[in-house]
Design a binder for this molecule. Structure first.
Ligand code: CDT
Length: 308
């Protein structure tokens, strides 16, 4: 029996610092409606999709910091998105900054079913950037100041007739992200990103941002026999240019659909889950070919073990 999910990457263009959540939610609802019209079952929205990418600024006052976080999901501003999704019978994946009741701050994503119920919550594992204010940079990337890593790690969930995993932005650069979910049987891995084009620690990478983003996701899809759907918040936001190029990637590693603008744009593809097994049950048959006895250094804490 064929199992097909028609999926969309619901890319956003820039969100200005003073754009209210309600206005962003209207933009998300517009994308949701387009997706429903295109026969999609699932729309993947960007990381931190409700506001501008606030970690580019250093803030000291906790009260000010907490204004960027959601204390409930859905909350008053996001409930219309959940209501519209339920009315349309379409699911979505949404990234936002989460402040828990006991005071933890996470970079979070929820997977929401077509009936509006939350299937799963994922908290970003790989937190990039820096811990303290670094005034030499043209803009900050203070995710390590604002967010704790998700304590739960990676997971997969049965949803949309598939086994779905989640990742968020920098997670996509790490092979372990895909492999852990691959080992849990992931057939589709979804997530959002905010990737500034300028990388202050090594600007030679600026022109390679699009290449690197595609490189890691295509490899992750292929090596684990999974579809990958990754959605950007792109374009020039508060003076900082970010990568667009939202993409839907097949288990073959091929990009089957990609955004061609840096604005609000819907990218869709018909994803046949049967294609996963062409890779999972041949070249990447884990049970048969993985050589775990040689992989122990990968789970050891820390970095490189230098030669004596
Ligand atoms: N949001 C996010 O994770 N962005 C990172 C930028 C890394 S440079 C500090 C990314 O990997 O795209």
């Amino acid at each position: 029996m064929s199992r097909v999910i028609t999926v969309a990457a619901g890319q956003l263009g820039p969100i200005s610092r003073d754009e209210p959540r309600e206005s962003v939610v209207e933009r998300l609802i517009s994308l949701l409606r387009q997706a429903a019209g295109a026969g999609c079952q699932l729309v993947v929205f960007p990381e931190l999709a409700l506001t501008t990418f606030f970690p580019r600024w250093y803030m000291e006052e906790q009260d000010e910091i907490d204004t960027w976080f959601e204390t409930e999901m859905p909350g008053p501003a996001t409930r219309p998105l959940f209501d519209e999704a339920r009315a349309l019978g379409i699911g979505f994946c949404l990234g936002y900054a989460e402040l828990t009741r006991d005071g933890h701050h996470y970079n979070t994503q929820v997977l929401v079913a077509g009936d509006g119920s939350i299937v799963a919550k994922y908290r970003k594992v790989h937190i990039p950037g820096h811990e303290t204010h670094e005034p030499w940079r043209p803009f900050q990337h203070l995710e390590r100041y604002y967010f704790e890593p998700g304590p739960e790690g990676f997971g997969v969930w049965r949803a949309f007739g598939a086994i779905v995993g989640m990742m968020i932005c920098n997670d996509r650069r790490w092979p372990e992200t895909y492999r852990v979910m691959g080992l849990l049987g992931a057939e589709m891995i979804v997530g959002g990103y905010n990737t500034p084009i300028h990388f202050a620690p090594d600007p030679s990478q600026d022109v390679l941002q699009g290449f690197h983003s595609s490189l890691v996701m295509q490899a992750g899809a292929y090596q684990n026999g999974a579809w990958v759907v990754a959605t950007a918040k792109g374009g020039v936001e508060e003076g900082v240019d970010s990568l667009a190029q939202s993409a839907i990637i097949a288990p073959s590693g091929q990009i089957v659909a990609q955004a061609y603008t840096a604005g609000d744009e819907l990218v869709t593809a018909r994803c046949d889950l049967a294609w996963c097994d062409r890779y999972k049950k041949t070249l990447f048959e884990f049970d048969r070919y993985r050589m775990v006895e040689h992989y122990e250094p990968i789970t050891r804490k820390g970095g490189v073990t230098p030669l004596p």
